[in-house]
Write a protein that binds this ligand. Sequence first.
Ligand code: HEC
Length: 157
Amino acid sequence: MAWVFPLLAVAPGHAQAPPGFQQRCAVCHQATGSGVPGTYPPLNDTLGAYARVPQGRTFLIHLLLFGMDGAIKSHGAIYEGLMPPAADLSDSDLAEAINYVLRTLNAATLPSDFKPFTAREFETARASGLTATDVFREREKLIAALDKRASANSGSR
Ligand code: HEC
């Protein structure tokens, strides 16, 4: 007896999203990472710069493990929501989800020497026991550091 299995459709040139992203991120940030204006910030073409500095990597790990609470600005718009932690996902699911967000949704701004996140990085960070507000403050410091870098590079100020 012959069985025919339907093939999963994968958009050409687009890596398929890992299960962690599909199940736990897309519900708010949408499958394309576009977000929902005024409610959930976009994840596409906004995060590449975070991968350029060590504190940006640490922020992303803490964000997934501990969530974030506080008003943030993205592409000029304000988002005041609460992002819940995704710490119940395994370390490797978390690493896969953030690697997908960076490599697929932020390919244009990702540094060429980007090193994929590892499950071990998540495992180690779990013990830090931060709050969602701590993570919000971490983002504020990160954005200030990136702004400073950008103005230093452009020679202004
Ligand atoms: C229940 C909805 C929800 C889910 C589920 C969710 N997020 Fe979020 N996310 C948010 C909100 C709301 C914010 C903004 C939080 C704030 O204002 O402090 C945010 C912020 C972010 C940011 C920061 C964006 C920036 O510009 O700095 C990233 C990155 C992110 N989320 C990634 C993810 C990933 C990856 C997942 C899956 C593991 C995920 N989110 C799951 C709602 C969600």
